[in-house]
Design a protein around this ligand. Structure first.
Ligand SMILES: Cc1cc2nc3c(=O)[nH]c(=O)nc-3n(C[C@H](O)[C@H](O)[C@H](O)COP(=O)(O)OP(=O)(O)OC[C@H]3O[C@@H](n4cnc5c(N)ncnc54)[C@H](O)[C@@H]3O)c2cc1C
Length: 431
């Protein structure tokens, strides 16, 4: 009997979950996850908001005490949000499930089949427009009237279960929003072993092979071995492990920084509305309605009732410049990024004015980001191998780290498509 090969998948986010699900069966898979089960916030945001005047919300990183798997990495100019826990950052995602692979196509990677497969695996819908409240319809119509071509956002969502609570990013209370934990459950159902609270620190590499995976689990050092290792610890987690293992990543971090511009409009009720229900594309950024709870809690200027905010998010395709020093993230906005933000903020002011909200009632929020990526970008030379020559033979990366170029666009579905393609390749290798 031929013995089945073993694989270790590190991380359970967008890339890791699909990888574990696809590989299990062909390989004996062990999944190593730094965090634990995702616990969303189930209390009352209004009660928390009533404490703003007491000045207790000083530091955006305090969000971790409300949603334990939400981690904030602060850099020079951007606070970067990510999920460390089962499901990775997809548990915090607003469910946007859009294809954005022009830059992968440009280097010769065709993901048509993978997107088609994902469409059959994930409940992706645009059938949520009928649930929007009148304010959201008004905002959509204003975008349309201004020629900004708003498009209904495809959502990984069971639309009929969505209660429009605006809590998408802190834990969907009805599980209407789909995330990759479903795939992890299925992988475990097929026999994968899941080890949580297990933070991988580094890899032992010799003779162009990973010989051992080292991790910390409940303050103890633990070691794992397998024939194949797939790193899916995310755009900030994976580069740390690689750097610690003697494989230097590039200083090409991009994060898709975002700033929200809000207008004060009594009873606009965007806090009773799903986040990012539509978007409009522009050169270097997208705009989308988004209730910015970070600015609402942590920026003094935003101390108005959440129901009175009409809020538009700018998500920017930033320049690929940023690096890590140990686990410390260094990310500044370039001159070009700042100019793009200025242009986009100006456009948001115009939209809000067209909605009848004068500029004196506009607020500009904090600079945050949620899409760290790009520190081991795929190149044209790697279009067939999907494997950087910097990596040992039995080590692959299948997460945001390998995205080749800045996006300014929700990347989750594209990361999953790429991971799916890599998993097919790895399954092919065993046959
Ligand atoms: C608030 C918010 C909303 C978002 N909304 C959307 C959206 O609607 N649509 C969209 O497309 N994108 C969205 N994103 C971005 C998207 O979720 C991420 O880009 C995507 O999940 C990244 O996938 P990944 O596999 O690279 O990493 P992640 O999903 O972050 O997964 C990384 C995994 O690795 C684990 N890990 C990290 N370090 C270690 C370690 N040392 N050892 C073991 N495990 C480790 C983590 O716990 C996690 O499970 C959002 C992001 C945020 C912050």
């Amino acid at each position: 009997m031929i013995e089945k090969k073993s694989a270790i998948v590190i991380g359970t986010g967008a890339g890791g979950a699909i990888m574990a699900y696809e590989l299990q069966g062909e390989y004996d898979v062990t999944v190593l996850e730094a965090g634990s089960d995702f616990k969303g916030f189930s209390g009352s945001l209004q009660k928390l908001a009533s404490l703003r005047a007491a000045g207790i919300y000083r530091d955006i990183a305090q969000i971790h005490s409300v949603v334990p798997s939400m981690i904030i990495d602060k850099s020079e100019e951007v606070s970067i949000v990510r999920g460390v826990g089962l499901g990775g950052t997809t548990t915090l995602a607003t469910g946007n499930a859009v294809r954005f692979d022009d830059d992968l196509k440009a280097i010769g990677i065709n993901l048509d089949a993978e997107f088609e497969k994902l469409n059959s695996m994930i409940p992706i819908t645009t059938e949520h427009k009928k649930k929007w409240n009148s304010s959201m319809n008004k905002m959509f119509d204003t975008f349309a009237d201004m020629g900004l071509n708003p498009e209904v956002m495809p959502k990984a969502l069971k639309a009929e279960d969505c209660i429009n609570c605006s809590h998408c990013a802190i834990g969907c209370p009805t599980n209407a929003k789909w995330d990759v934990r479903e795939l992890i459950d299925k992988a475990v159902g097929k026999g994968a072993e899941l080890v949580t609270d297990c933070k991988v620190t580094h890899l032992d590499i010799a003779d162009n092979k990973v010989k051992a995976v080292h991790a910390k689990r409940k303050n103890k050092s633990v070691t794992f071995t397998a024939d194949l290792i797939v790193l899916c610890a995310g755009g900030l987690g994976t580069p740390v492990i690689l750097n610690n293992s003697g494989i230097e990543c590039k200083d090409s971090l991009f994060v898709d920084p975002l700033i929200c511009v809000a207008g004060i409009s009594p009873s606009f009720n965007q806090d009773k509305q799903m986040l990012m229900p539509f978007y409009s594309r522009h050169e270097g950024f997208i705009l989308s309605p988004y209730m910015d709870y970070f600015s609402f809690f942590f920026d003094k200027k935003w101390r108005v009732p959440s129901s009175d905010l009409a809020c538009i998010m700018i998500k920017l395709a930033d320049e690929e410049k940023g690096y890590l020093e140990g686990e410390k993230v260094h990310k500044s906005l370039s001159q070009k990024d700042k100019e793009s933000f200025e242009k986009a903020i100006e456009l948001c002011h115009k939209i809000l004015i067209n909605m009848g909200i004068p500029e004196k009632d506009h607020l500009v929020g904090l600079t945050t980001a949620g899409h760290p990526a790009g520190m081991l970008p795929l190149t044209e030379d790697e279009k067939d191998s999907l494997h950087s020559p910097l990596l040992p033979d039995n080590l692959y990366v299948a997460d945001a780290t390998i995205l080749p170029k800045t996006m300014g666009f929700p990347p989750m579905l594209t990361i999953m498509a790429l991971a799916l393609k890599i998993s097919d390749k790895l399954i092919g290798i065993t046959k």
